[in-house]
Design a protein around this ligand. Structure first.
Ligand SMILES: [Zn+2]
Length: 249
């Protein structure tokens, strides 16, 4: 077991949370009971995850997508009230780490997705060094990379094939990182893999020849929170359970 504060300190240090400019607060977002025995990890602090964590007997939840984002007006009404009320009724601590949890070189979403795909970064690119890039180990072309990603993630990616060139370097960034495509191209990628796609990336793939793969926001961000929570649990003597709440987006 560990105290609420020990957990936050450990996570802040492990993830170097104060290094990042982010879209919401990183760390303890909702204060619950002072002592924690069991932590549940998940991707998003949705009502479904909160309910599942209550059923699992959790004292704390660690997520990548927390509750409070820049641009929200701060009112606790509707769905947001329901989520916060459920947490507070059960005195569950909610810890959320967004960009720090994407970026960690070993336990973060990008590193863990790379591990799943058999890719290892030897450089970083893009804003706050969030993008990962490395040799295209064992994938000859974008089609082969799409097949591998589909097998690992359990869903077929949307592939914009580029010019069909052989792959030397693959870049990736989990979640909604489609805006990093140009930075990936500038960093020397022959293919860029992320969660989501928007309209401009189709043209960029055609005009630059660099392939683009949209593999699902949730699907690409499933691996960081459980990896970090496993480290936390081991270091502070907690029980840990990862709960997957399926999300097709
Ligand atoms: Zn995300």
């Amino acid at each position: 077991m560990a105290t609420r504060g020990e957990i936050e300190n450990y996570l802040n240090q492990l993830l170097v949370a104060d290094r990042f400019k982010d879209y919401g607060p990183n760390g303890l977002q909702v204060e619950g009971k002072p002592v924690v025995h069991k932590v549940v990890s998940g991707v998003t602090a949705s009502l479904a995850l909160i309910d599942a964590a209550i059923d699992a007997g959790a004292d704390a939840i660690l997520v990548h997508h927390g509750l409070f984002w820049r641009g929200h007006d701060g009112r606790l009404t509707g769905w947001l009230r329901a989520r916060v009320a459920r947490l507070m009724a059960h005195a569950i601590n909610l810890y959320a780490y967004h960009l720090p949890l994407d970026a960690h070189a070993e336990w973060g979403n990008n590193a863990q997705l790379g591990l799943q795909l058999g890719l290892r970064a030897d450089a970083r690119f893009g804003e706050q060094d969030l993008g990962f890039i490395g040799p295209a180990t064992g994938v000859s072309d974008a089609q082969a990379l799409a097949v591998r990603a589909g097998a690992v993630l359990g869903r077929a990616p949307l592939l914009l094939p580029g010019d069909g060139r052989p792959l030397q370097r693959v870049a990736w960034c989990t979640g909604g990182a489609q805006g990093y495509f140009e930075a990936a191209i500038a960093a020397g990628a022959d293919a860029f893999l992320t969660g989501e796609v928007s309209e401009p990336q189709a043209h960029l793939a055609r005009e630059t020849g660099v392939a683009f793969l949209a593999c699902g926001h949730h699907a690409t961000e499933r691996f960081g929170a459980p990896a970090v929570a496993a480290q936390l649990a081991q270091a502070l003597g907690l029980q840990h359970q990862h709960i997957e709440i399926d999300n097709p987006a």
